[in-house]
Design a protein around this ligand. Structure first.
Ligand code: CMP
Length: 137
């Protein structure tokens, strides 16, 4: 599968960075197969990040992700999961490499501008969380 799930998080959408991030995604050779603006409820954010439910930051993470709209999208490229993670950069913007989205647009480990699936298996699960098959172009 050459698909992954990407999210432009509430911090980046609120700062008006959606266009800049989409521009970068397209210029790096990704195709956008599906995309929508969603304002997650707390329950929906908890469901999406269920793998982190036992972590100390779960409450902070799900409050933040349900605080304002985000843009969810299905990205296609060869090795989509790895390529999108490379473009995003390290989770903590302070540790992210120059030229990555988190370095450029993230402000903290929680408010780090973008999310991406961490494996092909999770990409399938995460895509199905937001999109049905008919919505994938
Ligand atoms: P993301 O790729 O969306 O996957 C899980 C998110 O949890 C991660 O990006 C971070 O934004 C967030 N996260 C990870 N560690 C912490 C932390 N120590 N404090 C707050 N949020 C965190």
């Amino acid at each position: 599968m050459n698909l992954t799930l990407g999210i432009i998080k509430p911090d980046a959408v609120s700062k008006g960075l959606t266009g800049k991030i989409l521009d970068r995604i397209l210029s790096e050779g990704f195709q956008i197969r599906a995309m929508k603006l969603v304002h997650l409820t707390k329950k929906q954010a908890e469901g999406f990040y269920a793998v982190h439910k036992d972590k100390g930051f779960f409450e902070e993470l799900t409050n933040f992700m349900s605080s304002a709209p985000c843009v969810v999208m299905v990205l296609e490229k060869e090795n989509a999961v790895e390529e999108w993670r490379k473009l995003m950069g390290a989770t903590n913007p302070a540790e992210a490499a120059e030229g990555t989205l988190r370095k450029q647009f993230g402000s903290s480990i929680g408010e780090n501008a973008v999310h991406g699936s961490d494996s092909k298996e999770n990409a399938e699960i995460e895509i199905a969380y937001f999109f049905n098959k008919l919505e994938l172009v």
